[in-house]
Design a protein around this ligand. Structure first.
Ligand code: HQG
Length: 183
């Protein structure tokens, strides 16, 4: 595949594995996994995807700079980002003292008032990696705001944190008192 084809397949994987598995006749397990061969079979039934192979999925995963999907023992999942009704569960962790959330300048006032909300997804996404926070924010704003979250304090007060992957921390929501005022 060339880069364009890999991006197209990655977006298709996001659609199925994060958002609409049921529409493709798939049922994810509690951690978001589905047998990779079932996913290939389901996608091959879609117009334009008849020649898809497991090797194509492996190629997308192997070439992506950002780790979005993984195959473990023949099962594939999206590592984060789900909006499905069926909740994906993750191990709880003690978060680092500070976590970062890159967002658009135009959302900062609402976030300061309401806290971070998961919006269309199951969880709020945060990171301890400044470059990743900036990348996330730049999806919506060329000069994003990087919010700092007092995660350890929130955790000490009883807020559950989860870790989806290295650099990917999740919570149901983050109340405003744990979000430092934007510079
Ligand atoms: C904002 C991508 C107003 C929030 C990324 C964000 C990440 C509020 C947007 C991953 C708000 C939701 C997740 C409030 C939060 N009022 N706006 N109270 N609370 N928001 O896409 O974190 O490339 O659901 O700041 O890189 O941007 O797809 O979350 O701007 O890793 O693999 O509402 O998805 O990864 O947006 O992104 P999202 P996110 P991929």
């Amino acid at each position: 595949m060339d880069e364009t084809q890999r991006t197209r397949l990655s977006k298709m994987l996001a659609l199925v594995l994060r958002h609409r598995a049921g529409d493709f006749g798939l049922r994810l397990d509690a951690e978001g996994f589905v047998p990779a061969d079932e996913l290939v079979a389901a996608l091959r039934r879609q117009r334009g995807w008849a020649s898809l192979t497991l090797a194509d999925l492996e190629e997308v995963i192997a070439t992506q700079q950002k780790r979005r999907y993984e195959i473990v023992d023949g099962d594939i999942r999206a590592i984060y980002g789900h909006s499905l009704d069926a909740e994906v569960s993750y191990p709880q962790v003690q978060p680092p003292a500070l976590l970062l959330h890159g967002t658009a300048r135009r959302f900062v006032a609402a976030i300061a008032a309401q806290g971070l909300r998961p919006m269309n997804r199951q969880y709020v996404h945060m990171t301890d990696d400044l470059a990743l926070a900036a990348l996330t924010g730049r999806r919506r704003d060329p000069e994003p705001t990087i919010l700092r979250i007092r995660a350890a304090a929130a955790h000490a007060d009883g807020l559950a944190f989860y870790q989806a992957d290295s650099g990917v921390f999740l919570a149901r929501a983050v109340p405003p008192q744990y979000i430092e005022p934007a510079d």
